[in-house]
Design a protein around this ligand. Structure first.
Ligand SMILES: [Fe+2]
Length: 449
């Protein structure tokens, strides 16, 4: 749990007093004069088959131009954005009208001066969603700016992942203070290997407790608006929650759609949609968004990814799906009742990596599988690798990421998750097919088993 200083107690919706961690003191923006901070980025954020987002923190205020040109030649798409101190000089460009599965080079100019040349910046759009395709993702959690974490960024690049998904404690900040949040995001974005990885690969992020507010923090954390504000500046996402709160978002890349859940912002803040006398994890708006997204998704594999694990950690902390079992049950029922195929759970947080396969045929229609990927840094927690009857793989290994390979060019579509360490070695691997992840009795089942 976080600090229990009574000065910072808030009441939960049932009237109980909860400790919510360190207080947030909003620092004046002037604390970050631009000359104190170098240019950061560029890095790539949300992209799909026809659009892409590019982020950079400028070294000074002014207008900056992004030029995106097809690698095979052709006309450049040009976008201009203005870096202003009020936004901590963070620039977000969004380019639309691109072609699917196409490689582009991009460069950034200030006036006529080239700030970032196009020698190494490659932007690749996603395949058209109607076309059976393959994709490779790098997924993990819990990163610092240390040498071991840097090795993981290098391995992800070496393994040629198409996109990166970071699910929290990326980075560790442990405060909602605006100055500390800003500093934390700056230091994280300044790591050369991180920049090298993401300047040519899109990344999506959600947060866990240490980037949100502090250890085991909930949506009652004072100053969480500061954490969200900095995320909206430093992360080129198309969507941040419902636009007013939260940072949940989703994307489609080849045969995978990833729903990045926000399991912090709303937690404990309102009665649960799955029981009015119980606390919420997702909140009503996110639940509505998730249900709509799952119903509309045509992806063979639908990843529900969040910072926490989809089990009870079995320690004194409450930030896991074990605390919100009623909402996990509601999700499972929803999947089963609506015959939603291909759902896979992804979690982080516990500094151990695991695969669990649950006996959920009755409720879901098939056996749900969870992959836990943690940590990118070197600090493991062997005690959280607890006994579980549903455990099928586990490793307490530092500096790891999950390489996910999905291929819809074969029938049934294949999904393989491989835990890779900083030396590029395979720790474990687990394979699934789309045929295993559908209700055999549903109309959506194609009867190929
Ligand atoms: Fe962590």
């Amino acid at each position: 749990m976080s600090s229990s200083n009574p000065q910072f107690l808030r009441r939960d919706f049932l009237g109980g007093a909860l400790a919510v961690g360190t207080v947030a003191l909003t620092a004046p923006q002037a604390a970050f004069a631009s000359d104190q901070s170098p240019l950061l980025g560029p890095i790539l954020g949300h992209s799909d088959d026809v659009s892409a987002m590019v982020w950079m923190r400028a070294a000074s205020a002014g207008e900056f131009t992004l030029e995106v040109t097809p690698e095979s030649g052709g006309e450049a798409v040009v976008r201009k954005e203005r870096a202003v101190e009020e936004n901590d000089l963070c620039l977000h460009w969004r380019v639309t009208g691109l072609e699917p599965s196409r490689r582009y080079r991009y460069r950034i100019l200030q006036g006529d001066r080239v700030i970032v040349g196009d020698a190494e910046q490659i932007l690749t759009t996603a395949p058209n969603t109607d076309t059976p395709a393959r994709v490779r993702l790098g997924v993990s959690s819990c990163a610092k700016e240390d040498a071991g974490s840097r090795e993981v960024w290098k391995r992800m690049a070496e393994q040629d992942v198409d996109a990166v998904v970071l699910i929290g404690d990326t980075p560790y900040i442990d405060s909602t203070d605006l100055a500390k949040q800003t500093q934390g995001h700056r230091e994280f974005a300044a790591v050369p290997e991180y920049q090298a990885l993401l300047r040519s690969r899109p990344c999506w992020w959600t947060w866990d407790d240490h980037d949100f507010a502090g250890n085991d923090s909930s949506g009652l954390a004072i100053g969480k608006e500061n954490s969200r504000l900095v995320v909206t500046r430093y992360r080129p996402q198309l969507q941040f929650g419902d636009g007013k709160g939260g940072i949940y978002t989703s994307f489609r890349r080849g045969p995978i759609e990833v729903f990045l859940l926000d399991t912090r912002w709303y937690s404990m803040t309102e009665p649960s949609f799955a029981g009015s006398h119980k606390p919420t994890m997702l909140g009503a708006n996110q639940w509505e968004w998730l249900r709509r997204g799952l119903l509309e998704s045509t992806a063979p594999f639908k990843l529900l990814a969040c910072g926490v694990i989809w089990d009870d950690k079995q320690n004194s902390e409450s930030d896991d799906w074990g605390t919100y079992k009623h909402e996990l049950t509601a999700i499972q029922k929803f999947i089963g009742e609506n015959k939603i195929s291909g759902v896979i759970l992804i979690g982080g947080d516990i500094h151990a990596s695991r695969v669990l396969r649950y006996p959920t045929k009755k409720t879901v229609g098939y056996e749900l599988v969870q992959f836990i990927a943690s940590p990118i840094h070197g600090s493991t927690i062997p005690s959280l690798n607890v006994y579980n009857a549903d455990l099928v793989r586990s490793a307490v290994e530092p500096h790891v990421f999950l390489r996910i390979d999905a291929d819809a060019r074969v029938e049934p579509a294949e999904f393989r998750a491989t835990l890779i360490n900083k030396n590029g070695e395979t720790v474990f691997s687990y394979r699934l097919t789309a045929a295993e992840l559908r209700d055999k009795h549903s109309q959506q089942s194609f009867g190929v088993e």
